[in-house]
Design a protein around this ligand. Sequence first.
Ligand code: GAP
Length: 672
Amino acid sequence: MAEPKENPLMEKIVSLCKRRGFIFQSSEIYGGINGFWDYGPLGAELKRNVKELWWHAMTRQRDDVAGLEATIIMSPQIWKASGHVDTFADTMRECPLTKKRVRADQVEPQSGTAYTFLGAGETKKIEAWLNLFPHDLRNQKIKLLLKPWEQPAFGNVLAGEKNPYTPPTDYPDNLEGRIQKEAFESIKRDTILVLLPIGKPEESVIKKAKEYYYANGFYEPFLFEAWTIKQSGQTLDSIDYHPESGFLLSPPRPFNLMMETNLGPVVSADSKAYLRPETAQAIFAQFKNVLETSRQRVPFGIAQVGKAFRNEVTPRNFTFRSREFEQMELEFFIKPDEVIEAIHGSVFRVHGSGSENSDPGTLNREPQPNWGWEAWHKYWVEERVRFYEGIGLSRETLGFHIQTKEELAHYARACTDILFKFPFSKKDEHGNVAGDELEGIAARSDFDLSQHQRFSGKPMGVFDDELRAAWAKLPKEKSDELWKRYYENRKNYLTKSAKPDETPEQISQQATEDANGLAKGQYIPHVIEPSAGVDRLILALIANAYSEITETDDKGKTETRVTMKFHPRVAPIKAGIFPLLKNKPELVKKAQEVRELLRPWMNVFYDESGSIGKRYARQDEAGTPFCVTIDFDTLGEKPELLDTVTIRYRDDGKQERVKISELLDFLLSKIR
Ligand code: GAP
């Protein structure tokens, strides 16, 4: 279903983000830079909270995950091994007029009448030549001039086709001959196709064609009527034309998304390095160091939060697709299924994987020793959904996409994307919204560690005493079967990622060695990768929190107020602290004492200006879940209320009285 181009809710969100200091356009004073965003005071707090909560949930709250903070620039070899140098590309198409690129799979369908222009001449030169002839002969002369290129039928010409014109070589040796030569030689054939949108006048398409020829070296392009071919019918919903210019797009070609830089003073092929396009690869590269220093044993994970860079062809939907963004990634290393089977006799079978994962009844929340990759994958999808619920994104706001066999990378066993229903998410033909990707949870087999082992020459396998002992006790039939399965998997991987000079014999020898390793307790761990984008999550939280109320006052004036209903855990400011009146030193002093009491524990905002109503409204817009007011009762005007404050709740406006001595615990219980 086609989506309306304008999205009023997104416009409101973008404007609120700027007005209240959540998100600004990067380099705004210089006109901005496409695909880059800055977080203002409220946005920076929101982002910090989200990253802290993720880190807390993924590392400190667990015994089986260790953290890592690696550099953004790493050895370019890492990106060769990971496959990013060769295959991390989007297919893109280019507009011949503006040179703007669009992702081939994201072109908005266009309708209209297509025009083909076969080329142009230089107006002054063509006219000078035509002026040699009487008016009624000119058309005939032009036909003669264009004779070498008979007008082809519409559809038989290719845009971008450039046939070098070979003008006649002998011209009369006089003024007329020279004029003719100049006119003929000014003609260049350079075919373009432009779509004239329905309802627009023909002049606009002619103007665009001239713009193109002007940009391609003509001083004043002359378009020949015989070289302007109009399509007889109409083109409907075509994804071959640039939505802004109407020009037929170039053929799709791959465009590597990695951002390059150079190290050291001399720029050469050897100085080339990349800004990381994902945080994950550092985890694989440091796998052995973390394993040895953290005293972890498989199954265990390594978590990292940090910047990633991708030269996205079309950054869009505010921060959703940016060129600089942050990721929160976990690589959770597990034993291959053959190893589980050797040790435990069988692998726990999971009913339903992917988004059927939202049925929590099928899997024990406590990881079990006999879990293979399917159970671990399902477990992590569920853990991640629980995380999102815990910060205010209900299941109804989420969706799932289980990647099909065709979508999966050759080495991946499964990948479930967790989606959020953004305001810009598309509706299907029934009006349902699936959502757009927040996080992908992939079962990546042993591909990554295997690649780094092959490219670095350093062993990435682990030794497992339990496996060695169990293997020795296996009946021959069973060990043969497991050996064969492991061998086939390794051979499959080695074949698919073989270097050009590797022979089938070498591959099978390597796979044999790998499978023989099982008996010695050796294997390369498999990995489950929950990979989330910080910026996308921030955008989801903002969109989810946004709510408006329109009220009409006694005088009939309507006002729309925005409340950002962030979950207290992520809210940028946890509590607003207000003295009832700013000109009463006792109230101000007490309010400042309350601020100092809370400050070491949470982000609070002290505000004494304007009416209480205005102060509440300001905090509602910032998403502050609690406002604490210090009034005369706090000072003991009603003795029984001495040292109590009112707490006002953002979402329902209700208020209650709380003792200052209990305030900190009360708030901590809500924000943690
Ligand atoms: N290591 C796996 C990986 O990087 P990905 O699906 O390419 O997988 C993971 O990225 C997550 O990173 C996405 O689900 C998304 O949240 C975020 N992400 C990816 N590209 C992004 C972009 N251009 N702008 C903002 N976030 C992005």
